[in-house]
Ligand binder design. Structure first.
Ligand SMILES: Cc1cc2nc3c(=O)[nH]c(=O)nc-3n(C[C@H](O)[C@H](O)[C@H](O)COP(=O)(O)O)c2cc1C
Length: 204
């Protein structure tokens, strides 16, 4: 085989499309404070274009159906194309009773190929745990969806006390550093998987 004339597959350096999923839909939720902080981190980067999927703005019943009503189809139309178009995901989740919110499980279960062969990163928050137990459970769930969860996360324990009234972190350096590591890993996996799929579509 003549390797000297082999042409490497074309790779793109265009920004990756990232879907930021805000999992909490709880009345009075703290999630938007953390989400706004993380969106500022994303805005500092040129390697991602971002679409937010806020589950408080999506009204999906927990009962699944192979033949959803027109109302449910209309709700899915708000989110499914965003998930399908995404090259990578960040799931921003609180911890409820050592797990993640039902709103997020509902979104995950209503989709399949949309998650496949894509990386998922986590920003979590909560009380003493910082949402880490929710994240560890999500790694199992996303493995079933053929997703790749990235190792490093951003987590905020006792989150309510870490931001001031204007949503600024009182001690931002460590969290900003963690966000950079998370996004660097997500970008590597997102690029690698996108390039690989352009050569060989993922089959499951
Ligand atoms: C039903 C419920 C269960 C919770 N369970 C936990 C828990 O197991 N561990 C923890 O660290 N925090 C727990 N918390 C605290 C939440 O993680 C924290 O209040 C967080 O801000 C909730 O996110 P949200 O305000 O965006 O909905 C719980 C809160 C609620 C409402």
């Amino acid at each position: 085989m003549d390797l000297t004339n082999s042409t490497p597959p074309a790779v793109s350096s265009a920004p990756l499309t990232l879907a930021l999923i805000v999992a909490s839909d709880r009345e009075g939720r703290f999630g938007p404070v953390v989400a706004d902080w993380f969106r500022t981190r994303l805005a500092e980067r040129e390697d991602f274009t971002v679409t937010v999927v806020d589950l408080a703005e999506v009204d999906l019943p927990t009962s699944l159906s192979h033949d959803p009503s027109p109302a449910v189809r209309a709700e899915l139309a708000k989110v499914s194309p965003v998930l399908a178009d995404a090259d990578a995901f960040v799931v921003l989740t609180p911890e409820y009773n050592h797990s993640f919110p039902a709103s997020l499980k509902n979104l995950i279960d209503r989709h399949y190929t949309e998650w496949q062969a894509k990386p998922v990163g986590f920003v979590s928050y909560g009380g003493v745990s910082g949402g880490l137990r929710a994240v560890e459970q999500l790694r199992q769930v996303f493995a079933e969806m053929h997703s790749v969860t990235v190792r490093d996360t951003v987590s905020f324990h006792n989150a309510h006390g870490r931001f001031d009234q204007d949503g600024r972190l009182q001690d931002p350096a460590a969290a900003e550093g963690a966000a950079k590591v998370l996004l660097d890993q997500l970008g590597w996996w997102g690029r690698a998987l996108k390039d690989a799929k352009s050569v060989r579509p993922y089959g499951s």
